[in-house]
Design a protein around this ligand. Structure first.
Ligand code: MN
Length: 474
């Protein structure tokens, strides 16, 4: 569900016919060599395919048009090996409607002082060729990605890999479909928004379905399927009955498994890749989905609570970009304001994503003093340490703003025996006071996506591709 594999990137090398066929043949050979080395590096999540040497406006325009119509092409990578007169790129680049990356590199990473001559210079002109080409992209006000450096370097290959993930996320964003089971939580402002504008701007489809439609799926789940998954999950998680009778524990866990299977089938049947629930509307359900939601997030589905479709879709998008690694729906739950301990404890009443777990999650059943339903089963675990970003999307009426800061993730300082939920501690890198004041000033909400696998450069690239205002608090 989460890992999108069926994409590739095209490579178009800039040149011109001034240098003769010998040089053009070499340009093509060098391009293929560079592409093969990148593909063989093992760092790139998607393959690069050589498309053409761009020599004329006609063949460049043709390549870009073909890229638009080939659904397997996520974007185009360009490089000016020789000087490539940039007027030849204008029409094709204007028509391209997929992410564009300008790899400003040179075949050799050095100046061959002993052997360099005019033949070498006819072939290797990226120092000035890349500037001619970059000018026209800047003049066209394009949000193309520029990566400068030697193509064989580790950090450049990592940068290409990260951009590829963003480019695929951009393509996939137009396929994100969120189902809201019930509407959003009554009276809440920050989780609301303009669904039509979200579809225009970000490609997201957001549909309402009544809880009754889900209940029909819940009631139709086969008991044998529930029993099988109940067995299987004991391999992955520790089942802790605690204060519950064995019968109650088993019943309540199995009910969450029933909800998991039902929600998954509902989404599969109707093409959804994310969903929301709302504890205010659970008519016909025994429990607020908890463990059910956590299992679906582990599968890669987007989710947010209380009908927050913006965060559900954002989480799905960042799960695609992170290949579903350590990327979670999160909520600012409570604060540690003591000097030297400044931190936010993140959690939710149940639905914390086990992709950020640092220990083996426990399945537990406890009362939930909200929603008026049966005690829900949930996964309880501890979050992780490491660098992360915390991100939200705010609707200001006239625009969406992507708001984020970099944070340091930590494990909570102690256990919370009376708060049996999964927990993640973090502190904004700019400091809790500065970070929180920046966040509050920007109008960022309390529902976020926390990712240990996406970074600020990727968020910047993503915001550029969508033309979003990006508020990076630092
Ligand atoms: Mn919430």
């Amino acid at each position: 569900m989460a890992i999108i594999k069926d994409y590739k990137f095209w490579f178009v090398t800039g040149s011109q016919s001034l240098y003769g066929t010998e040089v053009l043949t070499q340009v093509e050979e060098d391009s293929k060599k560079l592409i093969n080395k990148l593909n063989e590096s093992g760092k790139l999540p998607y393959p690069i395919e050589f498309k053409t040497v761009g020599i004329t406006a006609e063949n460049i325009t043709q390549a870009m048009k073909e890229a638009n119509y080939d659904d397997s092409v996520a974007g185009v990578i360009t490089w000016a090996h020789t000087f490539s007169p940039a007027k030849n790129w204008i029409r094709g680049t204007q028509l391209l409607n997929k992410p564009l990356m300008h790899l400003a590199t040179q075949m050799l990473n050095t100046i061959p002082y002993d052997t360099i001559d005019f033949d070498y210079m006819n072939l290797n002109q990226s120092a000035h060729g890349d500037r001619e080409y970059a000018f026209i992209n800047a003049r066209l006000r394009l949000n193309n990605k520029i990566i400068f450096g030697h193509w064989a370097d580790d950090d450049i290959q990592t940068q290409i890999a990260k951009w590829m993930a963003v480019a695929v996320g951009y393509n996939e964003s137009f396929k994100i479909k969120i189902v809201t089971f019930a509407d959003k939580m009554r009276d809440v402002a920050v989780t609301d928004g303009d669904k039509v504008e979200a579809q225009i701007k970000l490609g997201w489809t957001v549909d309402y379905w009544g809880v009754g439609d889900l209940v029909a799926y819940v009631n139709a789940v086969n008991d044998a399927d529930i029993d099988q998954l109940y067995e299987d999950l004991q391999e992955k998680y520790d089942f802790i009955a605690g204060e519950n009778t064995p019968e109650k524990f088993e019943h309540n866990v199995k009910y969450q498994i029933r909800e998991y299977i039902a929600i998954k089938k509902f989404m599969t049947d109707k093409g959804y890749s994310g969903f929301t629930t709302n504890f205010e509307d659970l008519v016909g359900l025994e429990q607020l989905p908890g463990l059910a939601v956590q299992l679906l997030m582990a599968d890669g589905y987007g989710f947010a609570g209380e009908g927050d479709w913006k965060t559900a879709a954002l989480t799905r998008l960042l799960k695609i970009i992170s290949h579903n690694q350590a990327t979670a729906f999160m909520e600012d739950y409570t604060l540690d304001l003591r000097k030297g301990h400044e931190a936010i404890l993140g959690s939710h009443m149940l639905e914390v994503d086990p992709t950020i777990a640092s220990n083996k999650p426990r399945v537990e059943v406890h009362p939930l003093d909200i929603g008026g339903k049966e005690d829900p089963a949930r996964l309880v675990f501890t979050g992780r340490t490491g660098d992360a970003v915390d991100v939200t999307l705010a609707d200001f009426g006239d625009e969406f703003k992507l708001i984020s800061y970099e944070v340091t993730g930590n494990k909570p300082e102690a256990e919370t025996p009376f708060l049996p939920v999964a927990k993640q501690l973090w502190t904004p890198k700019t400091g809790l006071k500065s970070g929180a004041e920046g966040w509050l000033t920007a109008g960022g909400g309390h529902h976020t996506t926390l990712s240990f696998a996406v970074d600020t450069e990727q968020l910047t690239d993503l915001a550029k591709l969508f033309g979003l205002t990006f508020v990076n608090i630092k």
